[in-house]
Design a binder for this molecule. Structure first.
Ligand SMILES: Cc1cc2nc3c(=O)[nH]c(=O)nc-3n(C[C@H](O)[C@H](O)[C@H](O)COP(=O)(O)OP(=O)(O)OC[C@H]3O[C@@H](n4cnc5c(N)ncnc54)[C@H](O)[C@@H]3O)c2cc1C
Length: 294
């Protein structure tokens, strides 16, 4: 049983934004896989809901003329996995999407909901962070674009102002072209489990074995998903060697604020950050065309 007060459905963004002005207490619902669980557990008792699921313009993925990839926030995880643009241009995002939940959840859960819930364990977040994704937020007052790194404010807290909707996720060509990537999710079970740690690494090479750029996104290594600036700065310009990769993994730990939970101790999470960053980097280098790296 779901205990809600009122239920509205919007067919267009304009309609949704008007409803959010007229009814400021509305809770937006997309796939509902977070919202309905919260209602079920009494955290959102007597909420009034605004369903945006029927807004066609917020669905699907396209590559714009300048190469920018535009992901509609209502795109489901299954659609992300199967989309030819994602498979061809940023397969690491399909890899991350495939690690999420199980088939039924992936058919319903949206990528926008995964970002807006602000969870540090959100499986799309480390990869979108490493891709420097930008978020378009619209309200009746207008629109703004926020880098995803600045969107996360605290556990479950994002920079979404009253009356705002996430209406697009964009990734510009300079942030994905020429990069290889790998997402590794470490969890207790192989499916239907929340990450104990999530690591996404993107990497671009020059001259075959020099790290031109490395970007590392981590989930569950702190209260919010995060990048690893120290490890990334160290990596730039270094030759690929087992020692370099190990050092980058160790430096990634410096950007974490891991804590002990029933899933894993702080020390174990830090160990995972160092080791999985190294492994993800190794695979990303190989996918970026690195020679002699299995
Ligand atoms: C059984 C189960 C397993 C799961 N496994 C995983 C997993 O392995 N990995 C993982 O990351 N997550 C997992 N989840 C969590 C959940 O499925 C995801 O976070 C999902 O992506 C949420 O998307 P949704 O469309 O269902 O969001 P909703 O529940 O509809 O919304 C989530 C939040 O985002 C807000 N919101 C949604 N869309 C917008 C928008 N466009 N603009 C503004 N606000 C918006 C809502 O108001 C709400 O606060 C699981 C959930 C369940 C029930």
């Amino acid at each position: 049983m779901y205990n809600f007060e009122e239920y509205f459905e919007a067919a267009t963004v304009a309609e949704a934004l008007d409803l959010l002005v007229d009814h400021p207490d509305l809770t937006v619902i997309a796939g509902g896989t977070d919202v309905l669980i919260k209602m079920h557990h009494g955290q959102l008792a007597k909420a009034s809901l605004l369903s945006i699921r029927g807004i066609q313009s917020l669905q699907g993925i396209q590559q714009l003329e300048d190469g920018t990839i535009l992901i509609g926030p209502l795109t489901t995880f299954t659609q992300v996995i199967n989309d030819p643009v994602i498979q061809g241009q940023i397969p690491v995002l399909a890899e991350a999407a495939a690690s999420m939940g199980g088939p039924q959840i992936r058919n319903v859960a949206t990528i926008g909901g995964n970002i807006c819930n602000g969870a540090t364990s959100a499986d799309s977040a480390p990869t979108l962070l490493a891709l420097n994704a930008r978020l378009k937020l619209q309200s009746r007052q207008g629109e703004r674009v926020v880098p995803i790194q600045e969107f996360y404010l605290g556990p479950g807290k994002v920079d979404l102002k009253p009356g705002e909707l996430l209406t697009a996720i964009t990734i510009v060509p300079a942030d994905y072209q020429g990069y290889g990537g790998r997402y590794i999710k470490f969890s207790m079970r192989k499916a239907m489990d929340i990450a104990t740690l999530g690591v996404a690494v993107l990497c671009r090479l020059r001259e075959g074995n020099i790290l031109a750029d490395v970007r590392i996104g981590l989930g569950v290594a702190g209260p919010t998903p995060r990048r690893c600036p120290e490890a990334e700065a160290y990596a730039r310009g270094k030759a690929v060697t087992p020692e370099t990769m190990k050092t980058i993994g160790r430096l990634a730990v410096k950007s974490t604020r891991a804590r002990t939970s029933w899933r894993a101790s702080k020390e174990y999470r830090e160990h995972l950050v160092a080791e999985l960053t190294r492994r993800a980097l190794r695979a990303a280098i190989s996918r970026a065309g690195g020679e002699g790296i299995a």
